[in-house]
Design a protein around this ligand. Structure first.
Ligand SMILES: [Zn+2]
Length: 157
């Protein structure tokens, strides 16, 4: 167990830094007695998924800006869960209290989830519906790009 914690704590430089920020103590994760890891939750915990900032990093898209709302900022985990206008209707329990930033709110959420099976279910349901909706929007975008013949267009900078 201690080895796991050590590995978690110093595993590969920047890789996994996001996950470590959210789950500083891997033992709490490993020893929990509830909670399935879903695809949506995995994307949130690793930062690897349907986020423009990640897709740009791996060369899949030219821009890190969110393409689903008008806020015009980088689309990452925090943007998706707490800010993106596209998911306003879906957000319920993922509220940010005054003076709290998104990262702190998410850290608190994850820590609550690890303590309580109820919180886990509630939060994962919400995260999954947001991420599923994002997949849906992405498919719509691809479909309309294809319909407009804009698939191969290079965006001007
Ligand atoms: Zn957005």
């Amino acid at each position: 167990m201690r080895k796991w914690q050590e590995k978690w704590a110093d595993s590969g430089g920047r890789k996994g830094a996001w996950t470590k920020a959210l789950i500083p103590e891997i033992s709490k994760w490993v020893n929990r007695r509830h909670g399935e890891l879903t695809y949506g939750l995995a994307q949130i915990l690793t930062g690897h998924g349907k986020f423009q900032s990640y897709l740009q990093k791996i060369g899949r898209t030219p821009t890190d800006k969110c393409v689903y709302c008008s806020i015009n900022e980088a689309d990452d985990v925090i943007h998706t869960l707490y800010k993106c206008e596209a998911f306003q209707g879906i957000r319920r329990s993922l509220v940010i209290s005054e003076g709290q930033n998104g990262l702190q709110a998410l850290k608190n959420k994850v820590s609550e989830m690890l303590e309580s099976a109820e919180k886990w279910e509630e939060t994962v349901r919400e995260i999954d519906s947001i991420m599923r909706h994002k997949t849906h929007l992405e498919r719509q975008n691809i479909a309309s790009d294809a319909a407009n013949g804009a698939g191969n267009e290079v965006p001007d900078e």
